[in-house]
Design a protein around this ligand. Structure first.
Ligand SMILES: [Zn+2]
Length: 88
């Protein structure tokens, strides 16, 4: 069994910046409420040399523009309804 990649930070690892950014956008597509203290950007880690999410600092420009898009606003509304369905 190959060892799972790990970092002392305990965070999820991404091979490239592009991959980390895509995952960050997916996060907001699927369960994203930008008002909670969620991840805002990605960074290259000096410990493991992979990429991680960070909730510090400013939103990545791509994430920021997604969060102001009509697609995101619609999904936010849809997610509210989806969370209500969980009660049934
Ligand atoms: Zn790391």
């Amino acid at each position: 069994m190959p060892q799972a990649k790990k970092c002392v930070s305990g965070k999820k690892l991404f091979d490239t910046e592009a991959l980390a950014l895509l995952a960050l956008l997916e996060f907001y597509r699927n369960n994203g409420n930008a008002n909670i203290n969620g991840p805002k950007n990605v960074y290259h880690c000096g410990e493991c040399a992979y990429w991680h999410f960070t909730s510090k600092g400013e939103f990545h420009p791509d994430v920021k523009s997604y969060l102001s898009s009509a697609d995101y606003q619609l999904r936010l509304k849809a997610n509210k309804w989806i969370s209500k369905f969980k009660d049934y």
